[in-house]
Design a protein around this ligand. Structure first.
Ligand code: NAD
Length: 470
């Protein structure tokens, strides 16, 4: 891994004018490398470059945009090992998961390359023709979190470029290096100024949000930051896609075959050590199967190999940062103090690194912090219910609405329950599964707008109606 990284402004590699800050490896607490700290003036320079590049880039023929994205995907593939290794060191996830993240980045880039931007004919009569076109917006600002840093950057950047926009990206200061390398890869395939990246936490994100020349912000992160961004975006009525926090409920119906679903429930709750926006974060289980399912989940948890993601055989990495690690510890302590049973895990591991083992918490209920708050970490509260309608009401009694799931052998019954969940995606016998062709987004305080598929692509465009009187 390189020891120094650069910003990319107008096609050039540039040092941060405020020096650097250290990025910490969560498995060792050692410094991974120094990250450039940009200034507001450098942000302005990046936006100016993106605005200037937009003048030509917006007219790039469709076929050329598609080829460009495929060339970027080729380059990501060529540097897959390097990217995966960076992700493990700065994010903490095990190598197999980092490799999957890089694979996902390639797949999403290729899928986005092949999407078409439609021109709809709304009327074609002897006197009149009306066409609906979709035009690029201009400079798009991407602000990303630390959990799936490369994948989410790709989700933001590729549809922006595919639709003829230019980009200024700002990754999380906790996991910046994968995105700095991604931007370098993209920069090699596009004209100067089309892809810019800046890093630094001191007001850079809010500077983007309130920047008069940025036309859209695509943001993935917490709900409070999303609210701040929305306020800042009012200055020039920026378009927004806000992919915010969730507290996804899963409901296990009385007829579910728990032998066949326990593994999937575990994996979707603890995906990326639970640090996944649409992970299963509250599990409602019918009284009749409660104890048996708790036991199975704990047995699966005990088979996890917790350790440094670079080490062979490790299946479970650390929590990404100290604050999140403290929050997880605090929520489990709060549950314990309020009479919950900790079936496995429940204590941080000694030694260096933010290691917290997979933890199953039983005998908890709504009204307790571990159920009501987004834990965003390796803990799953399991809540007992006896009436399905009551479980649905409790699943919905939550201000966020990202995902939800129903687990059952009766697909018709499961569909009826799933359709009542207040969330952007409802899964049946699954959870946390995102796909490039299935629009994904939240409702309520989980945000608005979707990513993926054609619906996601069109969020990077503005409609223009062409009304022709013959
Ligand atoms: P965060 O909101 O703290 O930070 C996200 C990004 O916003 C970072 O790059 C940060 O530097 C930047 N930022 C911070 N303050 C800002 C401001 N005032 N203006 C502009 N930018 C600012 O979130 P996090 O802790 O990095 O990520 C965890 C959260 O993200 C969880 O709540 C999780 O559910 C959510 N998330 C949601 C999705 C989704 O698709 N809905 C996906 C992943 C994560």
């Amino acid at each position: 891994m390189q020891q120094t990284y650069s910003l990319i402004i107008n096609g050039e590699k540039v040092d941060g004018a405020l020096g650097t800050f250290d990025v910490i490896n969560p498995a060792t607490e050692n410094v991974v490398a120094a990250c450039p700290q940009a200034t507001p003036a450098q942000l302005n320079a990046a936006v100016d470059a993106a605005e200037a590049a937009f003048r030509n880039w917006q007219h790039t023929p469709d076929a050329e945009l598609k080829q460009t994205l495929h060339r970027i995907a080729d380059s990501i593939e060529k540097r897959a090992d390097e990217l995966a290794s960076i992700i493990v060191q700065e994010q903490g996830k095990p190598m197999f998961l980092a490799q999957a993240e890089v694979g996902g980045a390639v797949a999403w880039t290729r899928y986005t390359a092949e999407l078409d931007i439609p021109v709809e004919v709304l009327e074609d009569s002897p006197n009149k023709r009306i066409e609906l076109h979709r035009k690029p917006l201009g400079v798009v600002g991407s602000i990303t979190p630390w959990n799936w840093p490369l994948m989410i950057a790709v989700w933001h950047i590729m549809p922006a470029l595919r639709t003829g926009n230019t980009v200024v990206a700002k990754p999380s200061g906790m996991t910046p290096f994968n995105t700095l390398l991604l931007a370098e890869i993209i920069n090699a395939e596009v004209p100067a100024g089309v892809m810019n990246v800046i890093t630094g936490e001191r007001g850079i994100g809010s500077g983007m949000t309130s920047h008069e020349k940025i036309r859209k912000i695509v943001f993935t992160g917490s709900t409070p930051t999303g609210q701040t961004i929305m306020r800042g975006a009012a200055c020039n009525l920026k378009r927004l896609t806000l992919e915010l926090g969730g507290n996804d409920a899963g409901i296990v119906l009385p007829d579910a075959d728990i032998d066949s679903i326990a593994e999937a429930i575990f994996q979707t709750a603890f995906l990326n050590m639970g640090q996944t926006c649409a992970a299963l974060k509250r599990l409602y289980v019918h009284d009749s199967q409660y104890d048996a399912l708790c036991e199975k989940l704990s047995a699966i948890a005990s088979t996890q190999v917790v350790g440094n993601g670079m080490d062979e055989g490790v299946t479970f990495g650390p929590v990404q940062n100290h604050d999140q690690f403290n929050l997880v510890s605090e929520l489990v302590e709060d549950a314990r103090n309020n009479g919950a049973r900790i079936l496995c895990g429940g204590e941080p591991l000694p030694g260096n690194g933010y290691f917290y083992p997979p933890t199953i918490v039983a005998d908890v209920s709504d009204g307790q912090r571990i159920v009501d708050e987004e834990q965003f970490g390796p803990v799953l509260p399991v809540i007992r219910y006896s009436d399905v309608d009551d479980a649905i009401a409790r699943a919905n009694a939550c201000e966020v609405g990202l995902g939800g799931s129903v687990w059952s052998s009766d697909l018709e019954q499961a569909r009826k329950v799933a359709m009542q969940l207040e969330c952007g995606t409802a899964w049946i016998n699954g959870h946390a599964e995102v796909l490039p062709h299935a629009p994904f987004g939240g409702c309520k305080m989980s945000g608005f707008g979707v990513e993926f598929g054609q619906e996601g692509l069109l969020e990077y465009t503005v409609p223009q109606t062409l009304n022709i009187n013959r």
